[in-house]
Design a protein around this ligand. Structure first.
Ligand SMILES: [Zn+2]
Length: 319
């Protein structure tokens, strides 16, 4: 077979660098204004250009044009895949995987880090972005469709649902990532301020640089306690908010029905009421934790971020 004959070239030809086959020099171009490495972005795991790969990567990169503001000078995009954000197992268990689509995300491999962009089922940017610097990674591997990252600070995270068609290329990419042995202050995945791009502190729910405030778990807990589906509505998650409010509404209606019924008081009625109250509390608790899980993605308190530049901060400090 001809293909085989080319593939099994005599050993002497392997010595030549792969670029020699293509007459063009390595192009460091931009796609939709974003700096990319086309030789990695548009090729398969044998480094051969593939039109379907280019089409897929371009479709994704169109949705990621906002990244321009976050990329550092000289940083280039190597590859993009869809995946799912890390989620605690008990949340997945208690919500029955009903809201799994809301965990959709992009993972963008650049020359310096992996950018994690939690999007939800429509793969649209919702002003939330995190980074995993290669230098903070102790070990990274792809197991079937799950990207497993062990950080040098002892934490581990799992990104499931990596795109099937991107698996082979990412498997090829991972051993080539510039992981370093030692780092003075290792950190895990850290979120970035959607307004100024600064790395956000894990304990403070506002940006240290531009002071953008984010929604808090405490407030979500209060809303979840006071209103049916309140935790989710506060987090701007309307679909699960609706599901939880219907569930809580039904339980409350049941409570009123049983409580106000003219059936004479007996131990069964009390037991049923206690059971409903416990069930309602459990639903509220799960709703709060589920909404809180999304608040860990740093959702700005106002959906309008407004403009911010280092100059405006300087002006204010002068005043
Ligand atoms: Zn900021």
């Amino acid at each position: 077979m001809l293909v085989n004959a080319i593939g099994n070239a005599p050993p002497t030809q392997f010595a030549a660098p792969p670029e020699d086959k293509a007459a063009s020099p390595v192009l460091r171009e931009k796609v939709f204004g974003l700096p990319v490495d086309r030789d990695i972005l548009f090729t398969d795991d044998h480094n051969v250009y593939q039109a379907p790969v280019e089409k897929r990567q371009r479709q994704w990169i169109v949705k990621l044009s906002f990244l321009k503001a976050f990329l550092l000078s000289g940083e280039r995009i190597l590859r993009i895949t869809s995946a799912r954000s890390p989620m605690k197992w008990y949340l997945q268990l208690f919500t029955g995987g009903v809201f799994l689509g809301m965990e959709n995300a992009f993972l963008v491999f650049t020359t310096y880090r992996i950018l994690h962009i939690p999007t939800g089922s429509d793969y649209a940017y919702r002003q939330s972005i995190a980074q995993v610097r290669y230098r903070d990674i102790r070990r990274i591997r792809l197991r079937w469709r799950t990207l497993e990252i062990d950080y040098k600070n002892g934490r581990s995270e799992r990104f499931s649902g990596v795109a099937l068609r991107e698996r082979k290329k990412i498997k090829q990419l991972l051993p080539a990532l510039p992981l370093v042995k030692q780092v003075l202050q290792p950190v895990g995945r850290r979120h970035l301020c959607p307004r100024c791009g600064a790395v956000l502190s894990e304990r403070k729910m506002s940006c240290r640089r531009c002071e953008l405030p984010f929604k808090t778990k405490g407030m979500a807990g209060m809303m979840a306690f006071l209103f049916p589906g309140g935790g989710h509505f506060y987090t701007r998650l309307y679909y699960p908010g609706l599901v939880f409010s219907v569930l809580e509404g039904l339980l409350m209606a049941l409570l009123v029905t049983v409580g106000a019924s003219l059936v004479p008081v007996n131990e069964y009625r009390v037991l049923i009421i206690v059971g409903i109250v416990l069930g309602l509390s459990a639903v509220k608790a799960v709703g709060w934790r589920h909404a809180g899980h999304f608040l860990e993605q740093y959702i700005p308190r106002s959906s309008r971020l407004g403009r911010w530049s280092p100059d405006s901060a300087r002006d204010r400090s002068v005043q």
